[in-house]
Design a protein around this ligand. Structure first.
Ligand code: CIR
Length: 252
């Protein structure tokens, strides 16, 4: 169960962030409204929210998930794989030092939190355009000290591992078809996202509830049939910046 969440307000320059999406320019007013709705849901789920101010000069900094990996024992400050995002992690280190001992990913390692999925004592780490093998190895060496085992998974589709694979409860993962047959995931039950709804894979479990993005009816039905207790949120503006539900908070 989580007790805390850290979020950061999107800045007025947020549309200058990295994106591969072709959905058109995002709207700042709508982004702020959707971000507030997201924070309000976290609060309703009884998380103590720490809401940080926008970080000038870092338009992607509200995707706070990428700059840290937090377990009950330690907070690992990452080294983001996109050069334009390096520097966001320093500000988060100052905040997280209040809650956990810190460890750090060091050069030449790179690691984005969006590539890290923790399920109990198992840590999946995606090797992607943002996370390299050196970063994944460093994470493994840090976490093994605390009794976790790490499994590296190549990310051939999507930005991050969690763009395509997320835990929904019990021993079950929601996965896109690209990841359905990966041997690294074979120990888990899988719900496969229907073709055309790949963006629906980025769901967020919070204390027994499952936050899902609005607009993906087939995935929603599959999750309801499985027994998920769903909260839907409109994520249209973050999606235009390649972000989703997991990216906009750090939970611990
Ligand atoms: C980026 O490309 O870094 C941001 N525009 C989106 C980051 C999304 N983060 C995540 O999936 N954890």
């Amino acid at each position: 169960m989580f007790t805390h969440a850290i979020t950061r307000k999107p800045g007025p320059d947020f549309a200058n962030g990295l994106t591969t999406a072709v959905a058109g320019p995002p709207d700042y007013g709508l982004m702020l409204a959707q971000h507030s709705a997201y924070v309000n849901v976290l609060r309703k789920l009884k998380l103590m929210t720490v809401e940080l101010a926008a970080l000038p000069g870092h338009p992607d900094a509200y995707f706070v998930e990428d700059v840290a990996v937090i377990t009950p024992e330690v907070a690992i400050i990452t080294r983001p794989g996109a050069p334009s995002r390096q520097g966001e992690e320093a500000a988060m280190g100052l905040v997280l030092a209040q809650y956990r001992p810190l460890a750090r990913i060091e050069a030449p390692g790179t690691l984005d939190g969006g590539d890290v999925l923790l399920v109990d004592d198992h840590c999946f780490v995606g090797i992607s355009e943002r996370t390299n093998a050196a970063g994944a190895d460093q994470l493994d060496q840090i976490l093994v000290e605390y009794g976790y085992r790490c499994t590296a998974v190549p990310v051939a589709a999507g930005l991050h591992f969690k763009s395509s694979v997320n835990w929904v409860g019990d021993k079950t993962l929601l996965v896109t078809a690209d990841f359905a047959n990966r041997p690294e995931l074979a120990d888990y039950e899988q719900i496969i996202v229907p073709e055309g709804e790949e963006a629906a894979a980025n769901v967020l479990w919070v204390n027994g509830r499952l936050l899902i993005p609005q607009g993906y009816p087939q995935t929603k039905q599959k999750l309801l049939d499985w027994g998920a207790d769903i909260i839907e949120l409109n994520m249209s503006e973050a999606a235009k910046m390649d972000g989703g539900l997991t990216c906009m908070s750090l939970r611990f």
